[in-house]
Design a protein around this ligand. Sequence first.
Ligand SMILES: C[S@@+](CC[C@H](N)C(=O)[O-])C[C@H]1O[C@@H](n2cnc3c(N)ncnc32)[C@H](O)[C@@H]1O
Length: 343
Amino acid sequence: MSEDQPRLACLLTPQRNTQYADLVAQLALPELQMSPLGALIVHAETRAIAGLPFLVLTLSQTPSDEQLVHLGELSMTRGFFWLDHPTGEARDMVLRPIHIAPPRGLPDGLLYARRYKGKTNEDLTRFLLNVARFASNFVQAPRPLDVLDPLCGGGTSLFAALSAGHNAYGIDHARRDVESTASFLRQFLIQAGIRHQIREERLRQLGRRWTFTIEGPDGPLTCVLAHGDTRAAGDLLSGLRPHLIVGDLPYGIQHKGAVLDLLTSGLPVWARMLRPGGGLALAWDATRLPREEMLAAALQAAPDMEFLDTAPWNDLTHAVDRVIKRRDVLTGRRRGLQADDRR
Ligand SMILES: C[S@@+](CC[C@H](N)C(=O)[O-])C[C@H]1O[C@@H](n2cnc3c(N)ncnc32)[C@H](O)[C@@H]1O
């Protein structure tokens, strides 16, 4: 490490709850390592500056503007500064703010406003979206990408996608969840004065579907909510070829067999829909179902996918609460396109 190497101070995303503060501290560095800035990181340390927790990175060189732009989308760090010591004294430091425009999408109040039991933490959801994108060949592709959550519940990942300027598609078999999510989205758009149209359809023997066409800041955005079984995803959302798939597998299932069943019957369908080069990130409770078993099942269920099992991709376990002591993230990419291919 040399004194000339640029140092980037990244403020850890503030959390209301100490339990989530631990999660942020654990996942902040892997998220940066997975991002296009990752190749430049030569050293990382956490440090309190003015009483606030920062991750300080020493970089091999100054990043390009194309690399820096990705900071605006990170979930576990928010607020970035160049850190200098003009007099050489450690205590004498200057923080120069880095001005990065966040991605243009729907207001992120959409993501944070609603509270309900079983909601996946919002920042963790944004993290999953980034993991899938960084694993994919669509990191630099123009927006909107198409994002599918095949287990969308109350729609946290759909709202994370819309607020990042992407199209969002979700499926859940809990009818009340899908209906209340559709009505929340409608209310939110009305209150925020955002123009939109809604089409509601009944799909014979499959379920129901709400299609929102929303006036986004840079053009129309689509959000589709489908009520039905995720194993029929190909029919519920026929024609959809998502760039990214993001999901949080169900908790509270006593037997790991139930999660494995869902994975072995759902993943082949989801993987077939995913575009070549598309990325997938699924969170699951690894307390009962260890990573090796999850990986083995995934490899068998989706031979067209490669699963990323080297650091930092295999280093994402974190505690959620006293019950879910170990959640992990399975990351994959559909084979087919080379790293520089675009849509
Ligand atoms: C952990 S929750 C997802 C929570 C969601 N991320 C949120 O923040 O609201 C898992 C979801 O999977 C759904 N699910 C489980 N099995 C399913 C199936 N076979 N088809 C569709 N949805 C299913 C459940 O109804 C539940 O909403």
